[in-house]
Design a protein around this ligand. Structure first.
Ligand SMILES: Nc1ncnc2c1ncn2[C@@H]1O[C@H](COP(=O)(O)OP(=O)(O)OP(=O)(O)O)[C@@H](O)[C@H]1O
Length: 220
């Protein structure tokens, strides 16, 4: 991989919460390189450190030791995040929530609205466009959170259990939308998942156990 294709590098990156006897090592010295176009699934049981690793990659948490370096060419809108839990702004309707990163990036409102509607269509949520977050289900909110990232067309998509609250069919559609959008834009896509069927769609899978990122399992 040439240096200009490397987006994020973790070198012996660790994350510890709390101190002393209360300390929890969520991530033990992880080594990982994410390059343009990579498709990585981080797989592991609940509490194994998947979200913590994603937060390190995103810069939401600082490594307690070791380093996480993001490429200098990555701007604030080049990383798209899909979090677990609610991340929609309650006062904005679904299409406004989806368009928000583009509006914040000073894109013309009509263009932002159009990109938002196209992204909502990809996750089968265009019919929800005018509803407020309180008027949609948790699974629908998860789809909107995915659409918001797709509309943004980032160079790196980090998605924490993006299909976790969805039934098998809807989850499959959302995963299709993420993979297709990443293929289309050349973005790198990193997801965390418990689900082996989700992981099977990715070219690289890395397992986590008790905060340790295990050796890569390359899939032909
Ligand atoms: N803010 C925090 N403060 C203290 N401990 C934390 C914090 N966040 C996570 N942890 C702990 O770090 C460990 C890893 O948590 P993490 O959320 O990364 O796991 P996970 O694999 O993503 O789990 P899940 O699949 O349930 O989301 C767990 O033991 C968790 O309790």
């Amino acid at each position: 991989m040439s240096p200009d294709e490397v987006l994020v590098t973790c070198a012996d990156a660790a994350l510890t919460f709390g101190r002393g006897t209360q300390a929890v090592v969520a991530v033990h010295g992880a080594n990982l390189e994410i390059g343009s176009g990579d498709r990585l699934a981080v797989v592991g049981p609940s509490g194994s450190g998947k979200s913590s690793l994603l937060h390190l990659l995103a810069g939401l948490e600082q490594a307690t030791s070791g380093t996480v370096r993001r490429a200098a060419f990555l701007g604030p809108y080049d990383i798209g995040l899909v979090f677990q839990g609610d991340s929609l702004i309650p006062a904005l309707n679904v299409v406004e929530n989806t368009a928000l990163p583009l509006v914040l990036a000073d894109r013309p409102e009509s263009e932002a609205q159009q990109a938002a509607l196209a992204a909502l269509t990809l996750v089968d949520a265009a019919d929800l466009a005018d509803r407020l977050p309180e008027e949609i289900s948790g699974g629908q909110a998860q789809r909107v959170a995915v659409a918001r990232v797709l509309a943004q067309s980032p160079r790196l998509i980090l998605a924490d259990e993006p299909t976790g609250r969805l039934d098998h069919t809807t989850g499959g559609r959302v995963l299709d939308a993420l993979l297709t959008a990443a293929d289309h834009t050349g973005a790198a896509l990193v997801v965390t998942t418990h689900d082996p069927a989700v992981a099977a769609r990715f070219t690289t899978r890395r397992a986590m156990r008790d905060g340790r990122l295990l050796a890569p399992e390359e899939v032909p």
